[in-house]
Design a protein around this ligand. Structure first.
Ligand SMILES: NC(=O)c1ccc[n+]([C@@H]2O[C@H](COP(=O)([O-])OP(=O)(O)OC[C@H]3O[C@@H](n4cnc5c(N)ncnc54)[C@H](OP(=O)(O)O)[C@@H]3O)[C@@H](O)[C@H]2O)c1
Length: 245
C-alpha cells in the first residue's frame, strides 16, 4: 500500500507508521519539522528493508502547505492508496479557557485545517478510483464533558465530518476510518493523570492497522473505550452536570 502519513514523528503515528513499514507498505511522511521528518524516515527505512521513505513539509497551522505536500507524496509514490492523519494538538481545558491564542491554534489544527487536508486528500484518492482515509479524532468528541469542552468540540466536529464523508463517498470507493483513542500514553498525555483503561501506542497501532485493512468506519482504541463511551453517551444531562469527567 502507498501511504501519505501526516503525524508519524511521535506517539501513535510513529507506532502505526513503524508497523506499516515492517509489513512492506511504502510510506511518504508529511510534517512540520524537517529534521524530525528525516529522523523518522531513516528509522522507517531501517524497519522496512531499506525501502526509501520520502518527506515533505506539511504544517496544519499553514493551509498553503497542505495541497503541495500531498502532491509531493503522490508524485514520489506514483499514486496514493491511503492517507493517514495522526497529527493533532492538545491543551487542557483550564489552559484553553485562558490562552485564547492557543485555543485558536488548536481549533485550526484539529478542526479547520485537518478538514482542509482531508478534502485535499479525498479528492486525490477519488480521482484514482478510491482508497483509504484514516484520521485520528477522539472519544472527547463523543459527548460534551467538563474536562474537554474545547478540545472535544474540535474533535466532535471532525468526527461528524468524517461520518458525513463516509456516507457521501463510500459508494465511490473512499473508505473513511475514524479512529477514536481514549487515553493513550504518548507525549500528548505526558504529565496528565492517568485514567483507567489507558493504552500504549503499539497496541493502538495493531488495532488501527486492522481497521484500515478492513475499512472499518469507526474504531475505538483501546477497544474497551467503545463500551466506556457507550455508557457515557447514555448518561442523562443532569448526571453529566454533576460528575467531573
Ligand atoms: N494520546 C491520547 O490519549 C489521545 C486521545 C485522544 C485522541 N488523541 C489524538 O490522536 C492523535 C495522535 O495523538 P498522540 O497522542 O500520538 O500525539 P503526539 O504524540 O503529541 O503526536 C502528535 C503528532 O502531531 C504532529 N503535529 C502537531 N501539530 C502539528 C502541525 N501543526 N502540523 C503537522 N503536524 C503536527 C506532531 O508533530 P511534531 O513532531 O512536529 O510535534 C506529532 O507527530 C491526535 O490527533 C490526538 O488529538 C490522542
Amino acid at each position: 500500500m502507498r501511504v501519505a502519513f501526516l503525524g508519524a514523528t511521535k506517539g501513535m503515528g510513529r507506532a502505526l507508521a513503524r508497523r506499516m513499514a515492517e509489513r512492506g507498505d511504502v510510506l511518504f511522511l508529511l510534517g512540520r519539522d524537517p529534521r524530525d521528518l528525516e529522523r523518522s524516515a531513516r528509522d522507517l527505512e531501517a524497519r522496512g528493508g531499506s525501502r526509501r521513505v520520502g518527506t515533505a513539509r506539511c504544517d496544519l497551522e499553514h493551509a498553503a502547505t497542505l495541497g503541495p505536500a500531498l502532491d509531493s507524496a503522490e508524485a514520489a509514490l506514483g499514486g496514493l492508496d491511503a492517507v493517514v492523519v495522526t497529527a493533532g494538538l492538545f491543551g487542557t481545558q483550564d489552559r484553553l479557557e485562558t490562552d485564547t491564542a492557543l485555543l485558536a491554534r488548536l481549533l485550526t489544527v484539529n478542526f479547520a485545517h485537518t478538514i482542509l487536508f482531508c478534502e485535499a486528500a479525498r479528492k486525490r484518492l477519488l480521482a484514482r478510483g478510491g482508497g483509504t482515509l484514516c484520521v485520528f479524532s477522539s472519544v472527547a468528541g463523543d459527548r460534551g464533558r467538563k474536562p474537554v469542552v474545547l478540545y472535544g468540540a474540535a474533535k466532535a466536529g471532525l468526527t461528524r465530518y468524517l461520518e458525513g464523508l463516509d456516507h457521501r463517498f463510500r459508494g465511490q470507493g473512499l473508505h473513511v476510518v475514524c479512529v477514536k483513542p481514549g487515553f493513550v500514553r504518548t507525549s500528548m498525555t505526558a504529565g496528565l493523570p492517568e485514567p483507567p483503561f489507558a493504552g500504549d501506542p503499539e497496541d493502538v497501532a495493531r488495532v488501527v492497522l486492522r481497521a484500515i485493512d478492513r475499512g472499518t468506519p469507526v474504531v475505538y482504541v483501546p477497544p474497551i473505550w467503545r463500551w466506556v463511551m457507550l455508557v457515557i453517551r447514555l448518561l442523562p444531562r443532569a448526571v453529566m452536570r454533576r460528575v467531573g469527567f
